[in-house]
Design a protein around this ligand. Structure first.
Ligand SMILES: [Zn+2]
Length: 370
């Protein structure tokens, strides 16, 4: 994250040593590549050459002097930023200023070195984490003024535990971003059990954590079609799996981009499922073009009584995310972004922006190399 130090050097007298020790910890976050630290020039001038700082802190201060113009700009742009307040103690607060979310934290929070560890990303599982990283890398590539690395610890929630992992970070006031699927199975359906635990107003910044819900059923909904195609062609899928993709593309098109928001990309959907009350208003129409639709008793009766041969819109199987990640790992991240459109582009941008805000870190040794 960006830790913006808000400190008037003229007001450092009270608890001076404690403040200096917090400041040194904050500087170590920059040095260790965990967080981007922005100090204004006045503060840098105050501490440059100060006998109260260690030599490594002094080194970091002179790097920050070099980077301060660049960091000043991005610290105003990025969507979530931490302001470290040196005129308060025992204080954490959230503010919204001109569309930017500010997490105000008093300096004493940083008296422990544990508090300058990288932020944590809490996804539902490992593959989700890898996907979010690919998206964030692509986002970073497009933002020419974001000279950052991405650095995040990972703590998977594995579905049902996601909320408790998130709550633990929240109550221990550690910096963490949590992202969950919405698991909505048709328009108007309620969110799934994982998202539901967060409550209706739970997707926001709360103290030192933020929870974000994807606006699609599952993360596979965000895989670009070209990537799925490449995975199907090059990762050992049967030849007819391309037909599954072609059908999905057609249904996506005729639904103006609604189909994939709710489609189960792994397992697909049967007519039996589609005919369930409240599902059928959305799902039944997608089956009409199926060759056997007109002669299936289930379709006519609007009910399937274990017909044993239900029509199915196939999915791509359990491993489609994993295989697609392999494809994306090998491709140019920036190009990946350039081909996106519609809701996938919107979601990639929203995810990229959040993950970068929480995970941006300095590039090692930039100032010294320049
Ligand atoms: Zn049936």
């Amino acid at each position: 994250m960006i830790l913006k130090v808000i400190c008037n050097p003229d007001e450092l007298d009270v608890d001076y040593h404690q403040k200096v020790s917090a400041f040194e910890n904050i500087l170590s976050a920059q040095r260790d590549g965990n967080h981007v630290v922005y100090c204004d020039r006045k503060l840098i001038r105050h501490f440059r050459g100060s006998s109260h700082l260690s030599s490594s802190s002094l080194q970091t201060i002179s790097e920050l002097h070099f980077l301060s113009r660049e960091y000043k700009t991005v610290s105003n742009e990025i969507s979530v930023v931490v302001h470290v307040l040196f005129d308060r103690s025992h204080y954490v607060n959230n503010l919204d200023a001109n569309g930017q979310n500010i997490i105000e934290i008093s300096y004493d929070y940083f008296n422990s070195t544990l508090r300058v560890q990288p932020s944590t990303l809490i996804p539902e599982n490992d593959k989700d984490f890898d996907f979010f990283k690919i998206i964030a890398d692509g986002y970073l590539n497009r933002k020419s003024n974001y000279n950052f690395n991405l650095k995040l610890s990972k703590h998977c929630g594995y579905g049902s535990h996601t909320y408790s992992v998130y709550s633990e970070y929240k109550s221990s006031q550690k910096l963490a971003l949590c992202i969950v699927d919405n698991d909505v199975k048709y328009p108007g359906a309620s969110v799934g059990s994982t998202a539901r635990q967060f409550g209706q107003n739970g997707f926001c910044i709360d103290g030192t954590v933020e929870a974000k819900m994807l606006s699609v059923r599952e993360i596979e909904s965000l895989l670009p079609e070209e990537v799925i195609e490449e995975a199907l062609v090059s990762k050992g899928y049967p030849a007819n799996s391309i037909d599954v993709l072609e059908k999905m593309k057609r249904l996506e098109q005729i639904s103006s981009g609604e189909f994939r928001k709710y489609f189960d990309h792994k397992d697909g959907i049967t007519l039996k499922q589609a005919l369930q009350p409240s599902w059928s208003a959305f799902w039944k129409d997608f089956f009409v073009a199926e060759p056997t639709f007109g002669i299936k008793p289930c379709a006519q009766n609007n009910d399937c009584i274990e017909c044993g041969s239900c029509i199915k819109l196939d999915g791509f199987g359990e491993r489609i995310l994993e295989k697609s990640l392999e494809v994306m790992d090998d491709s140019h991240k920036r190009k990946l972004f350039e081909r996106l459109s519609g809701i996938i582009l919107e979601e990639w941008e929203a995810i990229g922006e959040k993950v970068i805000a929480w995970g941006c870190a300095p590039k090692a040794g930039r100032a010294r190399a320049s």
